[in-house]
Structure formats: structure tokens, C-alpha cells
Design a protein around this ligand. Structure first.
Ligand SMILES: *Cc1c(COP(=O)(O)O)cnc(C)c1O
Length: 348
């Protein structure tokens, strides 16, 4: 094997999404497929989730929506979190996207450029990232309500911490701004779904849980990543491995050099913390992670391995993320373009 092998289990994604849809209760479960479905392939993932019953898809940018439209066909709803930005009009119109308008400026732009074109509204309930502030919403709501927005949504900042006071505060703000509007409402991503029924409203927006990541602890693992060993050598006690001589062999050791590095999304921050696996047996990374290569101590294995796994049953995305000081989301969205990608499970 000369190329690293990334295997993406579409059946696991479908099972995770179905589980989150069940947990969403009476609410419809949408599917968040921004950033190329968290690096896993928006076209393949969305088509499969559509076959499972997903109807409402969410992307970050209009151009992602254009690509997604080709994958899901004309009937699906495609919402755009960044709303209607300058220069997006042709994409929104051409691909029939639903911008989630974030400001009075976006409302004005949308109404001027595409009068009569469907839209939704994103409200800020305290995260201060995207969405209309409460005062702006109060000012434009009477006019906008007459135009029947398709959805009104907001996003929780701390939903992965169920005990965090911010959750209740944002819920109260969302209700204050949207109760009695009669609009279809959405507040929760994966974390919010797990907070319970009062957070579900009409439509939920699961992302990471479908892709096998925390905070959905019951998620089935989705990705497997196996790296080829280029060569194996023995080093004597006192010899060093890699750039900067940061690792010195404490005793004679056998070192495997695997073909993948930070250019493939295996973050340099794994240096000193990361592990690869031979089956269930952990093998520590030694020396700095290079652009295309990493050193692994395989002294304790009975024979030199031909491949070593970095995402596998013994080490999922969240465990690898922890070793790199980050989150599963970043591990997934960093997965590189040089892997041979194989999809298992049934396609749409
Ligand atoms: C990314 C995102 C989601 C999905 O979040 P997960 O935590 O991955 O489930 C939902 N809504 C918005 C606004 C987002 O930015």
C-alpha cells in the first residue's frame, strides 16, 4: 500500500443521523453539511441522508449551497448560515438557496436583489457571532413577518455543557423574540438536541453527532484512517528522531516512518502526545510531526508493521483531538486531500 487509506462509513453516518432524528422527537431533523460535510464529502453524505429522510440541509456559504444543489436535486431545502452577502445573489437565485438573513443590511439587500425569493432569519441570542440583535429584529419583524420567512433560527454557544447557564438564557431570549410569531423555529445543533424537548422547536440541525463526534457520546464511529509505513529502522540509545532532535531514544528502539503528516491534517500539535495503533496496541509518535511524515516507536510490536492506524476503533476522532489539544470537529475538517478515500455502506 502506497497511499494512506481513509474509509468513511456512510451506514454509520446514517445510523447516527437517524438516532439524532429520533432524539429530536416531534421536530424535523435537518442535516448540517457545511465544510464539505465536516470534511467527509458533502455530496455523498447529503445524498445518503436524503435517502434516510433528511429534507432540510444547512451550509455555511452560498457556494457550498450551489455544489450541494447538484447532489440533492431540486426539492431539498438548502439554508445558508451566512445569509445573503454581497455577491451571493446569483448563487442564491440560481441554486434556489434559502439565505438566513443576519442583519437589517442583509434584509435590505435580499429584498432589493431578489424580491419574493424565499428566506429565513437568523437571530443572535447571545453568542454574538451571527444573527440579528434583538433590537434590530424588533424593528424589522413587523415588515418581515408579512413576507412569511420560511424559518427563524438561532445557535447555542454552550450546548455541549448541559449545566451551563447560557443554555437557559439563550432559550429564554429565543422564545422572547419568536413566541407568538407563528414562524417555524430552529435552535439546536447536536448539543441542543441532547438538552431535551424544550430546545427542539420545529427543526433541529445536527452536524457533528452524525459524523461520529462528541457531544453525541452514543455515536457510531464513522472514519478509519490507515497510514502506510515507508521504512523501519533501528536506532541506538542516544540517537535522535526528526526535526529539532526533540526525541532521543532512551534505549535501542525500532522506529517506523509513516507516510502522512501535518499537510494531511495530522496536526503538528500531536508532537509528543499522539499515538498510532497496530490493532489495539498503541505505538507512540516520536519526534516532531513533519509535513508528510511521522516517526512511530514500534519496538514493542512482534514484527515491523506495514501500516499503522491513527483513526480506528481504539482511537476515535475525539481521542485523537484530545492528544492534539483540539476538538473532533477540527480533526475531521482537517483531513487531507492526499488520502485514498473509500466509502463503505450503501450509497443513496
Ligand atoms: C455548525 C453548526 C451547526 C451544527 O453543529 P454541530 O455541533 O456540529 O451539531 C448547527 N447550526 C449552526 C448555526 C452551525 O454553525
Amino acid at each position: 500500500m502506497t497511499q494512506a487509506q481513509l474509509t468513511i462509513d456512510l451506514d454509520a453516518i446514517a445510523a447516527n443521523w437517524r438516532a439524532l432524528a429520533r432524539l429530536s422527537g416531534a421536530a424535523e431533523a435537518g442535516a448540517v453539511v457545511k465544510a464539505n460535510a465536516y470534511g467527509l464529502g458533502a455530496g455523498r453524505v447529503a445524498a445518503r441522508l436524503q435517502a434516510e429522510g433528511a429534507f432540510s440541509f444547512f451550509v455555511a456559504e452560498a457556494q457550498e449551497g450551489v455544489a450541494l444543489r447538484a447532489a440533492v436535486g431540486p426539492t431539498a431545502d438548502i439554508y445558508v448560515f451566512t445569509g445573503h452577502m454581497a455577491g451571493d445573489t446569483a448563487a442564491i437565485e440560481g441554486a434556489g438557496l434559502i439565505p438566513l438573513l443576519n442583519s437589517p443590511e442583509q434584509v435590505a439587500r435580499h429584498r432589493a436583489a431578489l424580491p419574493g425569493h424565499v428566506f429565513g432569519v437568523q437571530l443572535d441570542t447571545g453568542m454574538n457571532r451571527l444573527g440579528m440583535e434583538e433590537a434590530d429584529w424588533r424593528a424589522v419583524a413587523p415588515e418581515l413577518l408579512a413576507l412569511a420567512p420560511k424559518l427563524v433560527m438561532s445557535h447555542l454557544a454552550c450546548a455541549d455543557e448541559p449545566g451551563h447557564a447560557m443554555n437557559g438564557q439563550q432559550l429564554a431570549a429565543f422564545r422572547r423574540m419568536t413566541d407568538r410569531t407563528g414562524l417555524r423555529r430552529s435552535l439546536s445543533a447536536t448539543g441542543g438536541i441532547l438538552l431535551g424537548a424544550e430546545y427542539h422547536f420545529d427543526l433541529t440541525r445536527p452536524g457533528i453527532g452524525s459524523y461520529g463526534g462528541q457531544p453525541f457520546a452514543e455515536a457510531r464511529p464513522v472514519v478509519h484512517l490507515s497510514l502506510p509505513v515507508v521504512q523501519t529502522r533501528t536506532v541506538d540509545a542516544g540517537e535522535t528522531v526528526g526535526y529539532g532532535n526533540t526525541w532521543t531514544a532512551p534505549h535501542a528502539a525500532r522506529i517506523a516512518t509513516v507516510s502522512a503528516g501535518y499537510a494531511d491534517g495530522l496536526l503538528r500539535a500531536l508532537t509528543g502526545h499522539g499515538r498510532l495503533y497496530c490493532g489495539d496496541t498503541p505505538c507512540p509518535l516520536v519526534g516532531r510531526v513533519s509535513m508528510d511524515l511521522m516517526g512511530v516507536d514500534v519496538t514493542h510490536l512482534p514484527e515491523a508493521p506495514e501500516t499503522l492506524d491513527i483513526l480506528c476503533p481504539a482511537q476515535g476522532v475525539d481521542r485523537l483531538a484530545e492528544a492534539a489539544g483540539t476538538i473532533g470537529y477540527e480533526i475531521l475538517t482537517s483531513l487531507g486531500g492526499r488520502y485514498a478515500r473509500t466509502y463503505t455502506g450503501t450509497d443513496a
